[in-house]
Design a binder for this molecule. Structure first.
Ligand code: SAM
Length: 340
């Protein structure tokens, strides 16, 4: 295994250290959320064998990746995901100064299959889980996911994850005007009652339906103002690389976060790269090209050659996104085909 020295850790040309890897293990999904997938298209790109993702992850961990998040599509649709987590958990992270820390392995899921899988995933070495949930009432939930009957399953999944000790447990809610902006206070109550961190995400132009406009975005200030009608919030200091601004309620019970890539971009502190389900590296959600790491593997590249390829790709990482600007060019893939 390649072991990073501090000089060999992955950095881009803007000096950002790349420590966070997201792997999409499928672009299939069983939900058709209005802000994400039309439902007319299923998987567009083929999945790789888990052994291929594992080799990519091993090389990248050797370059200083310390966090791996599995995503999709819906990652829990992939058979063998528990075993894959077990294999990943054997890798040891290194930031160049010391060796041997366990990798931080997280999962983003819609939660539909989580009730059955939370305990096995925890047993295999999963550290944390984030569940996407965009309403706290079953009818509204079905209107957003465009699949009936999911709400109770997702709630059961969240509770199973908590019982399994997958902690901290985060619930992501994309707010989209006309669908769920009135869910802010109900989610504040939910965070307090269920003991989860609810994070509101501003809607980004990464959906298949192409309905995004600046007016559809429910911005950070509006979310804060709506929540303040319920209870005062106190901001919690957060790490610069953290995507969410964090707040607790004034009585100390319950935490929420706001991820505001549209109104308050955090590209300057971005530490992420992504591998798509078909083995391409993406340096930004809004990239207009992919870099074919899997093709390098197929042509027989050694680990060192793969590392060299990755280094060249990371050097091209975009400085920032251009959402809402006149020169904005839509990403070459939508969210479900990148991995959120
Ligand atoms: N299926 C899993 C899930 O539902 O969490 C993982 C994949 S999903 C694409 C990952 C995350 O991206 C989810 O939290 C989802 O809400 C978010 N997402 C999808 N489309 C988005 C958009 N257009 N703007 C902001 N967030 C989006």
């Amino acid at each position: 295994m390649i072991r990073p020295s501090t000089t060999l850790l992955l950095h881009d040309k803007f000096g950002r250290r790349i420590s966070d890897l997201r792997i999409s293990i499928t672009d299939r999904c069983n939900y058709k959320c209005v802000y994400c997938r039309t439902g007319n298209e299923g998987a567009l790109y083929g999945d790789l064998a888990f052994t291929d993702y594992l080799r990519m992850a091993r090389v990248l961990v050797g370059m200083g990746i310390t966090k791996v998040r599995l995503t999709g599509g819906e990652p829990l649709l992939r058979k063998g995901v528990v075993e894959f987590v077990r294999e990943l958990s054997q890798l040891r992270a290194s930031d160049g100064s010391k060796d041997g820390d366990p990798l931080d392995i997280a999962l983003t899921t819609n939660g539909h299959l989580l009730a059955e899988l939370a305990q096995p995933l925890k047993g295999a070495g999963l550290t944390r889980v984030t569940v996407s949930m965009d309403a706290v009432d079953p009818d509204r939930f079905a209107r957003i996911t465009r699949v009936p009957g999911g709400y109770d399953r997702v709630l059961a999944g969240i509770r199973a994850a908590r019982r399994a000790g997958l902690w901290p447990l985060k619930v992501n809610c994309v707010l989209m005007r006309g669908f769920n902006e009135d869910q802010v206070i109900p989610f504040g109550m939910f965070a307090r009652e269920e003991g989860v961190v609810v994070r509101f995400i501003e809607f980004m132009p990464l959906e298949e339906d192409r309905v995004w406009s600046p007016e559809t975005v429910v911005r950070l200030e509006e979310i804060l103002a709506r929540m303040a009608e319920y209870r005062p919030l106190v901001e919690i200091p957060h790490a610069r690389s953290e995507t969410a601004r964090r707040y607790r309620f004034d009585d100390g019970i319950g935490e929420i976060g706001i991820i505001a890539p549209v109104s308050h971009p955090f590209c300057g502190h971005c530490s992420r790269i992504r591998i798509t389900c078909d083995g391409k590296i993406r340096t930004c959600l809004f990239s207009v090209w992919d870099h074919d790491l899997y093709a390098e593997m197929r042509r027989g590249a050694s680990d060192e050659e793969m590392a060299e390829f990755i280094r060249g790709v990371v050097a091209k990482k975009e400085e920032r996104h251009h959402i809402g600007e006149p020169d904005f060019v839509p990403a070459s893939r939508t969210m479900v085909h990148i991995g959120g």
